[in-house]
Write a protein that binds this ligand. Structure first.
Ligand code: FAD
Ligand code: SF4
Length: 490
């Protein structure tokens, strides 16, 4: 611990955010990092707690508290304070192989669990320390390709190149197994690439990492839809192990009258079309689903819905409304939601901040759902009937039920961000792997009912977080390695 009194003397300081009115002019990241000296001072705020909850990754009250990767946070906070950036980078990547992703998109479970946050109200700026370390690592050359010194002769196929696939592939390759990654999309990265918008994670960050992985010997095959274009049997015949990392992309639909109207899209299809058009042609190809000049209705008040809000505003929508079934969370932790549990409190994310700046109001309407979509003579969506909901105990269970009050809204673009219901069945069926009642692939410690076939990430646990996908990749790599070699040192 570098500065015992740091947390008392130094206030929390984080990157400057470009103002909403300005940042909506483009799709770029909008955080201006602290100067190196300022970041070092933030490292000094860490108390090196006897029980560092920041790195615990425990489940408390059904929610994760602290870093699921068990990052060695107090160690590298101290190294940041001391300005020993090289060492900090090495400590960071000891547990987290892709800090450039988590330091941009993670909700920072570490900071929610930080003792300093409990004691002073402002946690250590762990996430931005992480970002400063990894960007230093790239600039200084600490992060570079390190191919394995020897090969084991074993071959592994990884299906899906999202964070779980990249994580498992990296570690198995480092161990010396020859890894080929199959991706049905035209670009590598899964939801990091086509899901999370560019303003949260600029896509060159993924390409920069993929280049290193290629130099280290991983082979990427894009445009390869395993289970359709590439037969499952071909992989089973050619590889010693197959790891399925295909995500949980089956969206929850809204099955109400009028659902067949034109102009109603799933959130990920919308976000994918926008990022692809941005990357392919800076929107010149006109292939993005467009919100320009439209009244947009987003169904779902979560993070994906927020990404839709931020994206539609950048495209120039004329109005936006975001429906959320649940009641508005409290501003402060409620009784029964004590530190270090994840705080279930109101969060106004970047898209909502932008909506407030542009339209003068928070786009979220709580305790509401769609009852019907209206379409015009051309079959295009033109409005929706919204039902108000209230929380009631029905048959012993607390549920959201209609109050009977309804109202209509005009809209000409609807984006469904109502969550996901498991993985797409065709890949699981092609490999003959069993699924659970919730739609995920069933496993015992990442092994499926089929010999040689493993599963990890959202395809196993359901739609989750990037940090969990990385953790699952790490654990799965050890299980696969042990199955191939009889022991593992991963
Ligand atoms: C819009 C959106 C925003 C999000 N934002 C955040 C965020 O800010 N922070 C955060 O922590 N988490 C976020 N998440 C969640 C996070 O992105 C996921 O939990 C994470 O990406 C899961 O990783 P994965 O590798 O398991 O699957 P995915 O990232 O879904 O990757 C699966 C990959 O498998 C490929 N694939 C599927 N089937 C096949 C096949 N048959 N053959 C070949 N390839 C196949 C897919 O094309 C895809 O590339 C977000 C999710 C969404 C939908
Ligand atoms: S909980 Fe906070 S103060 Fe304690 S070691 Fe972790 S980052 Fe440092």
């Amino acid at each position: 611990m570098g500065k015992p009194t740091g947390f008392m003397e130094i206030s929390r300081q984080t990157s400057q955010e470009i103002a909403p009115e300005e940042r909506i002019q483009n799709f770029n990241e909008f955080h201006i990092p602290l100067h190196c000296d300022e970041q070092q001072a933030q490292g000094a705020r860490c108390m090196d707690c006897g029980v560092p909850f920041c790195q615990s990754g425990m489940m408390i009250g059904g929610m994760a508290s602290g870093c699921p990767l068990n990052n060695l946070i107090p160690e590298w906070n101290d190294l940041v304070y001391q300005g020993r950036w090289d060492l900090a980078a090495k400590r960071l990547i000891a547990t987290n192989r892709y800090p450039e992703f988590t330091s941009r998109v993670c909700p920072a479970l570490c900071e929610a669990a930080c003792t300093c946050g409990m004691a002073t109200g402002s946690p250590v700026a762990v996430k931005e320390n992480e970002r400063a370390i990894i960007e230093y690592g790239y600039e200084s050359g600490v992060i570079h390709a390190v191919p394995p010194p020897a090969r084991t002769g074993k071959r592994v196929a990884v299906v899906g190149t999202g964070p779980s696939g990249l994580s498992v592939a990296d570690l198995l390759n480092k161990r010396g197994h020859k890894v080929t990654m199959y991706e049905r999309s035209d670009r590598v990265g899964g939801l990091l690439m086509y899901g999370i918008p560019n303003m949260k994670l600029e896509k060159w960050v993924i390409d920069r990492r993929v280049k290193i992985l290629e130099e280290e010997g991983i082979e990427f095959v894009t445009g390869a839809d395993v289970g359709r274009d590439v037969p499952a049997q071909e992989l089973l015949d050619s590889f010693d192990a197959v790891v399925l990392c295909c995500g949980a992309k089956q969206p929850r639909d809204i099955t109400v009258p009028g659902r067949d109207a034109e102009g109603i899209h799933f959130a990920v299809d919308y976000l994918t079309s926008v990022t692809k058009s941005l990357l392919d042609s800076n929107f010149a190809d006109g292939k993005a689903i467009s919100a320009q000049g439209k009244k947009v209705l987003v169904i779902g008040g979560g993070d994906t819905g927020n990404d839709c809000v931020g994206t539609a505003i950048r495209q120039g929508c004329t109005d936006i409304l975001q429906l959320e079934m649940m009641p508005c969370p409290p501003a402060q932790r409620a009784p029964g939601n004590a530190w270090p549990e994840w705080p279930r409190v109101l969060k106004t994310d970047y898209g909502q901040q932008e909506a407030i700046a542009v339209f003068g109001r928070d786009p979220r309407k709580y305790q509401t759902t769609v009852k019907e979509f209206y379409k015009n003579e051309a079959g295009k969506v033109c409005g929706a009937l919204i039902a108000r909901l209230e929380s009631k105990v029905v048959d012993g269970r607390r549920m959201m039920v209609p109050t009977g009050e309804e109202f209509t809204v005009e809209c000409d673009l609807v984006l469904i961000a109502a969550g996901f219901v498991g993985c797409e069945s065709y890949v699981a069926d092609a490999f003959g792997v069993e699924r659970t009642a919730r739609g995920n692939v069933a496993d015992v410690k990442y092994a499926t009912n089929q010999p040689k076939v493993f599963v990890c990430g959202d395809m196993r646990r359901g739609q989750s977080l990037v940090v969990w996908a990385l953790r699952e990749g790490r654990d799965t790599a050890a299980v696969v390695d042990e199955s191939l070699m009889g022991y593992t040192n991963l």
